[in-house]
Every structure is written in C-alpha cells, then in structure tokens.
Design a binder for this molecule. Structure first.
Ligand SMILES: [Zn+2]
Length: 136
C-alpha cells in the first residue's frame, strides 16, 4: 500500500461502524425503526422524524449521480489529482453521499446527472477505506 499523505477521516464512536464496514467493503447506513427511512451521515437521531430508535443496515451503495462539481483548484495535498470530480450520489435507499467520481475524466460531457453509479472501495491506509464512486 503506497503511503497516503492526504487528510483522513477521524472516526468517532457514532461513525465507527460505518468505517468498519468500508474496511470490509460493505456500506452501512443507519435506518430508523419508526419511519423506516435510511440516513447518512450516521447520527444519534433520525433526521426525518427525530426518533432515537435506529439500527445499522447494510446497503448496496448503488445509486445515481445527483450532482457534481469539477475541482480545478485543489487544497494542499490533492494537487496531483486535479481536476477531479466531487459529487453527491443518491443511493437507492435514499440518502445522498458526498464522494468523488473515479475512473472517468472530470469532463461534463461524460458526467450526466442521474447516471447510474456504483461504489468503489479505496483502501487508502490499513485503517481507513474511502467510499468513492464510478459510473456503472
Ligand atoms: Zn425516523
């Protein structure tokens, strides 16, 4: 595994099951047992109805490109990646996830809203796997 020098997420007790899932290449999202809706990022309260009656579920992660922007002016550490695509993906279960699109040039002619996308698990360190997406 090549050395990874970019900023890394800092899991918290509330988000650790999500990060543990990504390490296993599965996507876990919380679902409300009262209103049945999923949400992401992980929270202690359902953002739809306020319930604390939540469970972790495994989702496919498949979805569609909701929107995106192409970053030509990256922050320090990401210069070699530019231009790259920062996207919001809407997964089939409903939540929207901020991510990056890999495997396709950052070109508006190639990236169309509502395009089908699928998850890519990027094992950047021994402890952290990042959830990225590619066009299906
Ligand atoms: Zn709810």
């Amino acid at each position: 595994m090549a050395e990874y020098n970019k900023a890394l997420p800092q899991p918290t007790p509330d988000t650790q099951p999500y990060w543990d899932g990504l390490k296993e290449h599965v996507i876990r999202m919380k679902r409300c047992l009262d209103c049945s809706k999923h949400h992401h990022y992980p929270r202690a309260l359902c953002p739809h109805c306020g319930s604390t009656n939540l469970e972790w579920t495994t989702v496919s992660g498949k979805g569609k490109l909701y929107t995106y922007t192409i970053n030509h002016r990256p922050p320090r550490g990401w210069e070699e990646d530019a231009p790259y695509t920062v996207a919001i993906v809407e997964v089939d279960e409903g939540p929207r996830v901020m991510t990056t699109i890999v495997g396709t040039d950052a070109d508006p002619d190639l990236l169309k809203p509502d395009s089908a996308v699928e998850p890519v698990f990027d094992d950047v360190t021994e402890d952290i796997t990042l959830l990225k997406y590619k066009l299906s």
